[in-house]
Write a protein that binds this ligand. Structure first.
Ligand code: SAH
Length: 265
């Protein structure tokens, strides 16, 4: 270790993408930090707040593969040991599927001072702005947030989709992150587990970004809905009765949730 006083690493959530949804703390840190390590998820408007010479992209590299987590971890430590204050900027909340937990543990092991700055998670905020409340007194008394990144057919899948279907059946909402690619697989798994064909489903693409879109369908039409709208990541999939709420409110819905998006449906 050098004699230099180490900098601090701030594990900061950016919220879903609208700069207006940054916390005050996040905005202050973005303007003060010596360097900001990020991927693409915070979205263009938030990244544009940081001058290019203070940004380091640790997301996808040319060729499509990601910067290995070990490299991100060591860059954080190296910057701090060189005396720099670092913002590690993550989409949504840093501890909701953002590998923030791993980074925090690494910093602790290395003796680097850090602070956690929560953000509005897309799991709740993206549907919310689009008029889909993840809980509702009349329709949902629980909400479960899962990753759709795993193939439900795989034996080593960490998720039990039959158990998740039971949660929805008991009056819960299922929110799937990273769930665009495997939508056909888990929609089928949930149907096989007995959930009804007409169960409402909403997909919020690039929620709160200027070009956000929301499409609503059912568990049965989910794949068609995704393909017709050509939905791409990042998108949140909401499964449960609450997904039908949007249609009852969309005409009055303002901000970045209404029909203002490219194809808001
Ligand atoms: N930490 C993030 C989630 C990281 S995992 C959070 O709390 O929001 C990445 C997934 O987040 C994406 O695949 C997508 O499912 C979701 N996501 C992030 N930003 C989004 C946005 N603006 N609109 C829709 N989905 C978003």
């Amino acid at each position: 270790m050098s004699d230099e006083t180490p900098g601090t690493v701030y594990l900061v959530g950016s919220g879903p993408g609208d700069p207006g949804l940054l916390t005050v703390r996040a905005r202050d840190l973005l303007s003060e930090a010596d360097v900001v390590l990020h991927d693409k998820l915070p979205g263009p408007e938030i990244l544009d707040l940081v001058p290019e010479d203070r940004r380091e992209d640790v997301g996808k590299r040319a060729g499509g593969e990601r910067t290995p987590q070990a490299e991100t971890n060591s860059r954080l430590v190296d910057h701090a040991r060189a005396g720099r204050d670092v913002v590690r900027l993550k989409g949504g909340d840093p501890f909701v599927f953002g590998r923030g937990g791993e980074e925090m543990e690494h910093l602790a092991r290395e003796g680097v001072p850090f602070e956690v700055v929560p953000g509005v998670t897309s799991a709740v905020g993206a549907p919310g702005v689009a008029g889909v409340p993840v809980t509702h007194r009349d329709h949902a008394s629980a909400v479960t947030v899962v990753t759709g990144h795993e193939d439900p057919e795989k034996d080593d899948s960490a998720l039990d989709w039959t158990a998740l279907a039971a949660l929805v059946d008991a009056g819960g909402t299922l929110v799937v992150l990273m769930g665009v690619g495997h939508l056909p697989d888990y929609a089928a798994a949930l149907r096989d587990a007995g959930l009804p064909a007409d169960l409402p489903l909403a997909v919020v693409e690039r929620g709160t970004w200027p070009d956000h879109r929301t499409v609503v369908g059912t568990l049965e039409t989910a794949v068609e809905t995704r393909d017709e709208a050509d939905v791409e990541p990042p998108a949140v999939v909401v499964i449960g009765e609450v997904a039908a709420t949007r249609e009852r409110v969309v005409e009055q819905l303002g901000g970045r949730g209404g029909d203002g998006g490219a194809d808001g449906g």
